[in-house]
Ligand binder design. Sequence first.
Ligand code: AP5
Length: 219
Amino acid sequence: MFVILLGPPGAGKGTQARLLAESLGVPRISTGDLFREEMASGSALGRSVAAYMDAGQFVPDETTIALLQRRLRAADARDGHVLDGFPRTVRQAEELDRILARRGQHLDRVIDLNVDTEALVERLAGRSMCPSCQTTYHDRIAPPRRQGLCDRCGATLVRRVDDQPETVRTRLRMYHENTEPLITYYDEAGVLSIIDGGQPPEGVTRDMFAALGMTKGSF
Ligand code: AP5
């Protein structure tokens, strides 16, 4: 199954994409995580994208599309994926359509997580994440069992540089100007489901699976 999770920064794409990918047995592909891995490794690509990421700006389309193409060529992504944070521009969406069409494949569904801006700002202000396995937490809503340590792998949790309030404002603006038009793009393609991402995580998961025609017994 080929699925995209769409939504503004902090909408819960990463949280839900992990659960969905595990249930479907396909990889979760997050361009944000791929870029952060490149930055952590100190590669030339990582150095070239750091300034964009830290400022909350988009990495240029050419760079992002090339990175995604490389990831989609891996064997585990041949028969399905959950994309988290890609596409973010109409150009990226058109390119993804072309990549899948060349392989005789197509998108099954795009899930848009709809959350109001006030809640997004609160979520990002309280977020911490594991630099090792990328699991995300929230100080109030989803705290780790042991303070400051990842439940999954025990690594010390960190705050993302781009979760500073001013940078969050830039990310939200980038989303409204460039990514929101994708809601119309995918609606016109007949593959869009909009769900309420403002409810507790379990409710979001339930609605997401329902939108994919999956019943409780199947996950
Ligand atoms: P990326 O890492 O993709 O960041 P993002 O899209 O801004 O999304 P976030 O990771 O901040 O939020 P999320 O929706 O995954 O929410 P989460 O589940 O963590 O991209 C970072 C940067 O990389 C971009 O700014 C750009 O520079 C670059 N980039 C990446 N892709 C690109 C592309 N395609 N083109 C160009 N540039 C690109 O949840 C957030 C918090 O809320 C957590 O604390 C969580 O515990 C909590 N939470 C989750 N669900 C709920 C719920 N239902 N109720 C209450 N709290 C919840």
